[in-house]
Write a protein that binds this ligand. Structure first.
Ligand SMILES: Nc1nc2c(c(=O)[nH]1)N[C@H]1C(S)=C(S)[C@@H](COP(=O)(O)O)O[C@H]1N2
Ligand SMILES: [Mo]
Length: 442
């Protein structure tokens, strides 16, 4: 028998009536199936059997949409998701204090398939709010160790040879709340400062070469954004010379969304999100790191000895099970597909292991093609749930041989006062009631 699962656990945050459902579920009451979730739960085991005997009305009765005229083609604006999917949204974390503009919205990882994040669900991180910048007025300036400082219009940039590549972007603060033993409820909030898109743009090295860059002396570039935060980050030329760093205008086949840096952002594969400067307006070539405000106070790691580690920019190998995950409910025993995402800032994911007993035993998961470098990889594993408590974990290994650490192993090196760069193994507890929650194993 197939196990059933309530998808869209994010409902509990603000869906009408669903908050109650979650509260009841947490108290271990099963009668929530008859409450606000009646529609979703009509597929539940109890009613499903009765329906089979009498004939399921959902297949026997001809619905309206099979009898009448449908709606005309959608020509009035941009296409939208089904009304039934409206709970699949970016959300602000209930556990984070935020001002209106210096804020984060998290991607609903638990509701997504495959590896691409739909642009309207891409996480957001703004240090000073977002803008819908007029592309005809936007400029990119190149200065520093160059023969000819240059200013590009968007038209100039879009005439140049471009590439399109799939990459993940993860904020260095993703999973940050978990350092402090705060078990935030869903994978949207534990891991949702993560997204993956097909980006289109011009390799930065092309622009630098056009400007006659001094590639011997020039060892670092400074990237600067045009929003009020004047986001400035140092990026080593080794990454730029590899051709991977893009001056990008495209995201999933269309122009970037304003929230994600329209009309121009830097794409720095494998590197933490903060270096992916949005509203990119200036690139300076220099011979040493700049140690700007954004590199000194933010995204540094407070180590156990009280010192700060700076420029730990590569997002190390990491993974998370997105189903079953915190806030979801397994409605009966039987088969489930455990599935999740794995990624590494150092290349391709080589293997993902999954445990259902809190790490005592591991099985190797299937990796879904394509497996690309510095890109999300989807993994899955078949599981027959016996109805007993289970602790579900995933552990990713990348092509360098690096193994995703346990929380304990990470803390041994990094202490407990960090915020950034937490790539530890995540644990989800499935209770006998079927409710899934976030647990921290000692
Ligand atoms: N200009 C500018 N670039 C920026 C930021 C910003 O506030 N301003 N935020 C950075 C941070 S911290 C992250 S994690 C990513 C988030 O990108 P997204 O909003 O497209 O998800 O953008 C980075 N680039
Ligand atoms: Mo970030």
């Amino acid at each position: 028998m197939l196990g059933r699962l309530i998808r869209a656990p994010e409902n509990f945050i603000d869906g009408a009536g669903v908050r109650t459902v979650f509260a009841e579920a947490r108290n271990g009451r099963r009668d929530f199936l008859r409450g606000a979730f009646a529609a979703a739960a009509s597929a539940a085991a109890t009613t499903a059997i009765a329906q089979q005997r009498e004939g399921d009305p959902a297949i026997l009765e001809l619905p309206e949409h099979s009898k009448g005229l449908g709606k005309p083609v959608v020509t009035d604006g941009y296409g939208k998701p089904s009304q039934y999917e409206r709970n699949v949204q970016r959300r602000r974390s209930p556990g984070l204090t935020q001002t209106a503009q210096a804020s984060v919205s998290f991607a609903p990882l638990q509701s997504l398939f495959g590896i691409v994040t739909p642009s309207g669900l891409h996480f957001e991180r703004h240090h000073q709010g977002w803008w819908d910048v007029d592309p005809s007025k936007h400029r990119l300036m190149l200065n520093g160790l160059l023969k000819t400082p240059m200013v590009f219009t968007m038209d100039d940039i879009m005439r140049l040879p471009s590439v399109s590549r799939f990459h993940f972007i993860e904020c260095g603060a993703n999973t940050g709340m978990e350092w402090g033993n705060v078990a935030v409820p869903t994978c949207q909030y534990t891991h949702g400062m993560l997204s993956c898109s097909e980006f289109t743009g011009v390799p930065l090295i092309t622009l630098l070469e056009m400007a006659g860059a001094d590639l011997k002396q020039g060892r670092f570039v400074l990237a600067e954004g045009a929003d009020g935060s004047s986001m400035t980050r140092t990026i080593p030329m080794s990454l730029v010379k590899s051709g991977e760093v893009l001056v990008a205008y495209g995201q999933n086949g269309e122009m970037l969304r304003p929230e994600n840096g329209y009309p121009l952002r830097l794409v720095v594969p494998g590197v933490q999100g903060v270096s992916w400067v949005k509203y990119l307006r200036r690139i300076e070539l220099g011979d040493q790191p700049w140690a700007t405000k954004d590199e000194v106070i933010h995204y540094v790691d407070l180590m156990p000895d009280g010192t700060h580690r700076q420029y730990t920019s590569i997002q190390e190998c990491k993974s998370v099970v997105t189903t079953p995950s915190g806030g979801q409910v397994l409605l009966d025993k039987g088969h489930y597909t455990i599935t999740g995402l794995a990624w590494s800032g150092r290349g391709k994911v080589k293997r993902v292991d999954v445990s259902v007993d809190g790490g005592r035993n591991w099985r190797t998961a299937r990796l879904q093609d394509p497996v690309m470098s510095k890109c999300l990889t989807r993994f899955s594993l078949d599981w027959a749930w016996d109805g007993k408590p289970a602790i579900i974990q995933s552990r990713a290994i990348d092509e360098t041989g690096y193994v995703q650490p346990l929380k304990r192993q990470l803390r041994e090196v990094r202490g407990t006062r960090s915020i950034y760069h937490n790539n530890a193994i995540q644990s989800w507890l499935v209770q006998e009631s079927g409710e899934v929650g976030n647990v921290h194993l000692a």
